[in-house]
Design a protein around this ligand. Sequence first.
Ligand SMILES: Nc1ncnc2c1ncn2[C@@H]1O[C@H](COP(=O)(O)OP(=O)(O)O)[C@@H](O)[C@H]1O
Ligand SMILES: [Mg+2]
Length: 350
Amino acid sequence: MPESTDTALTQIASRTDGARIVLDRVSKVYPGQDAPAVAEFSMVAEPGELIMFVGPSGCGKTTTMKMINRIIEPTSGSITIDGRDILSLDPSELRRHIGYVIQQIGLFPHMTIAENIAVVPKLLGWSKQRTADRVDELLQTVQLDPGTFAHRYPRQLSGGQQQRVGVARALAADPPVMLMDEPFGATDPITREKLQAEFLRLQESIGKTIIFVTHDFDEAIRLGDRIAVLSERSQIEQFDTPAAILAKPANDYVRSFIGQGAALKRLALIPVETAVLGAASAAVDHHRIATDDSLRDALDLLIVTGAPAIGVVDRSGSLVGSLTVERISTALGADATALAATRSDEGRPA
Ligand SMILES: Nc1ncnc2c1ncn2[C@@H]1O[C@H](COP(=O)(O)OP(=O)(O)O)[C@@H](O)[C@H]1O
Ligand SMILES: [Mg+2]
């Protein structure tokens, strides 16, 4: 028996901490075009996963993402969220339960910041008080002071501040799924890095299932739990963790996307504490790195100071060991071996 849209949506919406999304052989052929923009795209996003779609302009990232909230209707294939077939649900209702940050921020210029964030709660019929409380809470979450910003208009905010409002608006009704289309694309590098760091902290506490589109591979590495490297028609060239892709690119296409400096990029993902440290007494100078910094930070410090070894300190500030360039290189090799082992385990039948 077909289930009512209402029941299905209530069940999706009640999972505010992340839902499982399954796309099965999803294709899109735009009217009047012979070739599909997206061909037979299949993927599973587990609850709470942050999945990055990375690929060149025009490869079909936005089209693929917009089919999940049915801003674009798939030509064929199926999409489910927590087992519910979204193609059987009312599209405009569905969109209220999926947070969406569009490529050009897209704040309504004639509405205040508070009104922009309140759009979906209003559609969902929340009371004035509940909406106002939520707006305040979200502005604080994205580090904008409600007293200062709630009653301003979008044009009175910087690009980075507008991006934050875009994220707050998408989070308003606490949706289990967030779709983010190059949300930090329009900002300068320094602002972008700040927004990325804030976003990572935010995701740690909210644990949504997020599909995040970017054309910036470094952004994908920094943010993603897993990355789908896409080529034309949203073909998946590789779908794996950032560390695994960097250590073992599936083909030349992926390799070209990684670009120069794969080893350095991998070092940035490995915390100092995973390396085998040398004796604390070897750190004769005063240069120090923390256990939760990355090996790339450690290498930077070694290069900048010219010290043969630097000291490693734990969270309480006690010296627990030392690091050299050789030890960093060994850790990089061990990391690749460990990754290869994990992957052959996964391939084994249970
Ligand atoms: N509304 C549309 N009508 C026809 N073709 C479109 C439409 N939107 C996108 N396309 C085409 O589909 C392909 C994928 O576009 P898009 O999903 O926007 O890629 P991306 O987000 O990766 O840059 C491109 O070739 C683009 O020109
Ligand atoms: Mg796009």
